[in-house]
Design a protein around this ligand. Structure first.
Ligand SMILES: [Cu+2]
Length: 170
């Protein structure tokens, strides 16, 4: 398998090199045709349509990223969370409803991923837990119930055991 992939890579690299050589050999020649074609006429408008589609699609999809803007947050409830191989040390697991929470996240050893999940195991938000840094994650719970913090970054043998349960109540 490895051999076959290596040969395939060599063949593709050789083909790419041929394309480059063909382009280089034609450099400096006059353009094949300057007669405006149908696509040529609409090229500028097509370009701008693509730009608009790209901007709208980016805005729509990026807006769904699970990051709460810090500027909306006033007087948050502080929760310190420390990742260690292989557990979370969270100083507060009973959390209030509809109040901004500031998770101050760090690590004692290696990088971990602080992932906040709801009862249906849907990822709500996440941040890196890094030794030597305190990363701030703001989140406001709008539904009461059980939530879980899981490690999102593989950090060793018992990585899957890094779970802590949070309870949100009014
Ligand atoms: Cu971890």
């Amino acid at each position: 398998m490895q051999e076959m992939l290596w040969l395939l890579t060599l063949v593709l690299v050789a083909l790419l090199a041929l394309v480059f050589l063909a382009v280089i050999s034609r450099a400096g020649m006059p353009a094949a045709s300057d007669v405006p074609s149908r696509t040529g006429r609409y090229r500028a408008s097509l370009f701008w349509i693509l730009v608009v589609i790209g901007v709208v699609a980016s805005y729509k999809t990026l807006a769904q990223w699970p990051y709460a803007p810090e500027s909306r947050t006033t007087d948050p409830v502080l929760v310190n969370a420390i990742g260690t191989q292989w557990s979370w040390d969270v100083d507060r697991t009973q959390l209030p409803l509809n109040k901004p929470i500031l998770f101050a996240v760090t690590s004692r050893d290696v990088n971990h991923g602080f992932g906040l999940y709801d009862a249906d195991s849907k990822l709500l938000t996440q941040i890196q837990a890094m030794p030597g840094y305190i990363n701030k994650l703001y989140y406001t719970f709008t539904k009461p119930g059980k939530y879980r913090v899981l490690c999102l970054e593989y950090c060793g043998l018992i990585h899957h055991d890094m779970v802590v349960e949070l309870t949100v109540a009014p």
